[in-house]
Design a protein around this ligand. Structure first.
Ligand SMILES: *Cc1c(COP(=O)(O)O)cnc(C)c1O
Length: 221
């Protein structure tokens, strides 16, 4: 088995430099994160609030933390002092809470709107047809401490790559639509977070700007 550092070096060679590699370190130890850090990795993704807070406190200050998991509004306060990106915003309630806590901490937090593109049932993420209404209802003056930077999605958990690719394509289409309409005045709306260990090459081909890769770096969880 390859080391964490070797996995990172290899991924860096094949992922285009314009695509950000986020090392998904959920369930992994601070020690393992440091191995990636010493290989030059700075962007890390976490899913669980308590686990994230413990690690953020312990690990180097120049890590760029991405909270990629489902986030309950009442937990935003715990991550707001340190988090840089929140990938899975899927309600006005959550967005308002991010604004409130970012403001309290005198910070600006980058967020992505999560869209439900997979075939599997899920409570999380906007349905594609809800997304436009939500985006139109946003009043940017209400969110001075939040940067809405783009969209995030997860494809179906399947070996059928045609299906997966079609879902990534759908997300890219939604992203372009919003970028040309609701967000046409925004310089921030530039990111499309899609692709994980099993499907990132297809995601990159379909326009991803951020890949979230866990097991291909750290091994199986
Ligand atoms: C766990 C997780 C990943 C990484 O998954 P791997 O298959 O281990 O690369 C990416 N995105 C989200 C939202 C996750 O929860």
């Amino acid at each position: 088995m390859k080391s964490i550092a070797e996995n990172i070096a290899q991924l860096r060679q094949i992922i285009p430099p314009s695509v950000k590699l986020i090392a998904v370190s959920k369930t992994k130890t601070a020690e393992e994160i440091l191995q990636a850090y010493h290989a030059g990795q700075r962007a890390f993704g976490e899913n669980y609030v308590q686990e994230y807070c413990g690690k953020a406190e312990l690990l180097p200050r120049d890590i760029e933390w991405h909270f990629i998991g489902h986030l309950q509004s009442n937990k935003v306060k715990y991550i707001a002092p340190s988090v840089h990106w929140i990938h899975a915003v899927d309600s006005m309630k959550l967005l308002r809470e991010v604004q409130k806590e970012a403001s309290k901490n005198k910070r600006i937090i980058n967020v992505l709107l999560q869209v439900h593109i997979a075939r599997e049932e899920s409570k999380f993420g906007f349905a594609p047809d809800e997304l436009n209404n939500f985006a139109q209802s946003l009043n940017s003056s209400e969110f001075p401490n939040v940067r809405i930077c783009g969209l995030m999605g997860m494809a179906s958990f399947t070996e059928e790559m045609d299906q997966v690719r079609e879902e990534f394509r759908t997300l890219h289409r939604l992203f372009k639509q919003l970028k040309e309409t609701v967000f046409r005045q925004s310089a921030d709306f530039t990111e499309l977070s899609m692709g994980m260990s099993g499907d990132w090459p297809a995601a990159v081909e379909e326009g991803s700007t951020m890949v979230r890769i866990g097991s291909a770096i750290f091994g199986h969880r």
